[in-house]
Design a protein around this ligand. Sequence first.
Ligand SMILES: NC(=O)c1ccc[n+]([C@@H]2O[C@H](COP(=O)([O-])OP(=O)(O)OC[C@H]3O[C@@H](n4cnc5c(N)ncnc54)[C@H](OP(=O)(O)O)[C@@H]3O)[C@@H](O)[C@H]2O)c1
Length: 178
Amino acid sequence: MPTGHIMMAMTLDGFVARKDHTLDWLDKQDTAGEDHGFTEFMDSIDVIVMGSGSYKTVLGFGEWPYTKPVVVLSRSLVQADIPDHLQDKVEIMSLEPVDLMNVLGDRGIKRVYVDGGAIIQSFLRNGLIADMKVDIVPILIGKGIRLFGELHKDVDLALVSVSDFKSGLIQMQYRIRQ
Ligand SMILES: NC(=O)c1ccc[n+]([C@@H]2O[C@H](COP(=O)([O-])OP(=O)(O)OC[C@H]3O[C@@H](n4cnc5c(N)ncnc54)[C@H](OP(=O)(O)O)[C@@H]3O)[C@@H](O)[C@H]2O)c1
């Protein structure tokens, strides 16, 4: 089965987006000249799996930012909802996380970038995440969409590295102890 990998930016109080999915708090950070290892991370993965919430946000950017194939997990969207110019880049699937990983494994996929909020939580609950990079953004926004949520059991983490950047962002890399 492929392994799942997370790279997310989170406010110090634990949110990945405002309730209305806006990312203005992230956009206003002065991170000029800082890559935070994102290019290297993207190069290392075979496919991006995201939830429909994140897909709709990215669609709103106007320009599609990904060169890697994207799978959107959704029980409400169908392939016909994807705009024509993205039909060869985005695939809608409606599968439970374990079943999806098995399908991707059958396709020869080894490393999956798991992106979103609810989607990350369900992959963590299913033990499908191998490691994660969490960028702590120096801001408190009080409410929003959380990165982490309820679990059936504890998830033990091993700290791999901590880096800090001029912008004030701190990146923590953890391996999940299985
Ligand atoms: N800060 C960052 O670095 C960063 C990175 C990426 C995204 N974001 C933002 O974070 C927010 C996350 O929002 P979100 O939690 O709503 O987004 P999400 O995880 O991307 O999408 C959740 C949606 O996916 C669908 N879904 C399908 N199968 C699922 C499953 N097994 N488990 C859970 N959901 C499943 C459901 O919608 P339907 O079935 O109804 O379609 C669900 O509402 C977005 O605004 C996104 O733009 C932030």
